[in-house]
Design a protein around this ligand. Structure first.
Ligand SMILES: [Zn+2]
Length: 273
């Protein structure tokens, strides 16, 4: 066991109440960590930030490594990542909806190193990524957390209208095959070498997309996602208000003038070449 307050010169901070509010850079903090797990953390974060267009950050806020509870946290072999801070940018995991490409780029590379990654849509993990090495890196259709990731990238990176429910079925399999063909990756996804290649290429594509200009159309899509997640009582009133705004003649003619050319195909080609 070792005590650390940085990984690869990235400061480790703590930002949870009562001391420091979540989503802020918080304060430098000592964490106890098991040494072989630290080695994995170092190589994972190196690969993530070598590829990330924002480069190496200054601060990562961590909600815990060695924590007095059952499972891998109890052994100092699990890491809860709340947020990442660069000079002029930040990624707070709870804000997934507004930074989907950057979030999924980071997660794609994390998944190459950690067999367990619990993300924003996994129950009780909206505000942090949990990563550990208790299982080997692989894709299993029966895994809820792995299928959530797969469906999220199919939907938000590759634009496939898949239902994101963590359950693999004919629809998820068909879209996966389509995307694997487009990326020139052999199927099935359950073969480790194919899965690793998919993670790497998807990470690069997501990072490229994260650099593109955000259009008002994407901001509207984010708003629609937020509305979809509201409680039923509020949802009806808010979506009615949103729709009467969207369907107003002046709004529609304005929206029609916006070029929402994400140019996914060109981004895919540039990553594959
Ligand atoms: Zn955890």
């Amino acid at each position: 066991m070792k005590t650390i307050n940085a990984i690869n010169n990235i400061a480790l901070h703590y930002a949870r109440l009562p001391q420091h509010p979540y989503g802020t850079p918080g304060k430098l903090h000592d964490f106890r960590v098991e040494e072989s797990f630290l080695t994995v953390l170092e190589s994972a974060l190196k690969e993530v930030f070598d590829h990330c267009p924002l480069g190496t950050p200054n601060i990562i806020t961590c909600a815990g490594i060695l924590v007095n509870k059952p499972g891998h946290h109890g052994l100092g072999k699990a890491f809860d990542l709340d947020a990442i801070f660069w000079d002029d940018h930040q990624l707070v995991t709870n804000n997934f909806i507004h930074q989907k490409e950057l979030y999924l780029g980071i997660e794609s590379f994390l998944r190459k190193h950690f067999g367990i990654v619990l993300n924003h849509l996994y129950p009780n993990h909206a505000d942090h990524w949990h990563v550990d090495t208790s299982v080997i890196v692989d894709y299993h259709e029966s895994s809820q957390s792995e299928t959530l990731y797969l469906q999220m990238v199919l939907h938000y990176i590759y634009g496939k209208p898949v239902i994101i429910d963590g359950i693999s079925g004919p629809q998820t399999r068909a879209f996966t095959r389509e995307v694997f063909n487009r990326l020139n990756i052999n199927t099935p996804i359950t073969t480790k070498v194919n899965y690793l290649k998919f993670l790497e290429i998807t990470g690069k594509i997501a990072f490229k997309l994260s650099k593109e200009k955000v259009t008002p159309i994407q901001l509207l899509e984010n708003l629609e996602t937020v509305v979809d997640n509201l409680q039923t009582a509020d949802k009806h009133a808010v979506s009615q208000a949103l729709n009467s705004f969207l369907f107003h003649d002046d709004t529609s003619s304005w929206l029609n003038t916006i070029d929402d050319d994400h140019d996914l195909e060109a981004v895919i080609d540039s990553v594959l070449s």
